[in-house]
Design a protein around this ligand. Structure first.
Ligand SMILES: [Fe+2]
Length: 149
């Protein structure tokens, strides 16, 4: 596959990851229970807004570099490395631990996109991917700090 097509495919896989991740976060937002409810429930609203913004940013960048973004839930599920979760009660500490792992996974997937964009010297894609990645690093730091006993 041509390098640019590989980048487009990897970005589409990323859009797929983000759609599944948003569903996971919504599930946690709704099914949260326990003493941390009033801290974590609204915090998850912020994460979902951020995911929505990055879905749009990455999908529109796919168009700008000559590709076509995936636009189907079936296709997202086929291309996401994240698994959907059951709808059942979840405690806050568990949710933060799971989100921390999800952000680490997403960051490593994002770095694959970044390296492909670097090999094509696609500075604009590099810039927007780096912005998303630095926001994840902030979440990883904050979630890790919150989990310290
Ligand atoms: Fe809500």
């Amino acid at each position: 596959m041509e390098k640019k097509q590989e980048l487009i495919h990897q970005m589409n896989k990323y859009v797929s990851n983000l759609h599944v991740f948003k569903t996971i976060v919504h599930n946690y937002h709704w099914n949260l229970v326990g003493e941390h409810f009033f801290v974590i429930h609204p915090m998850l609203d912020g994460i979902m807004s951020e995911i929505d913004a990055s879905i749009d940013t990455v999908a529109e960048r796919v168009l700008m570099i000559g590709g076509r973004p995936f636009g189907s839930l079936k296709v997202y599920l086929e291309h996401s490395m994240l698994q959907e979760i059951d709808s059942k009660p979840y405690h806050g500490i568990y949710v933060v631990k799971e989100l921390l792992e999800n952000f680490k996974l997403l960051l490593s997937e994002l770095n694959v996109v970044l390296h492909m964009a670097e090999s094509l010297d696609d500075q604009e894609t590099i810039s927007l991917i780096t912005d998303i990645g630095s926001a994840y690093q902030k979440h990883i730091w904050m979630f890790s700090a919150w989990l310290v006993k």
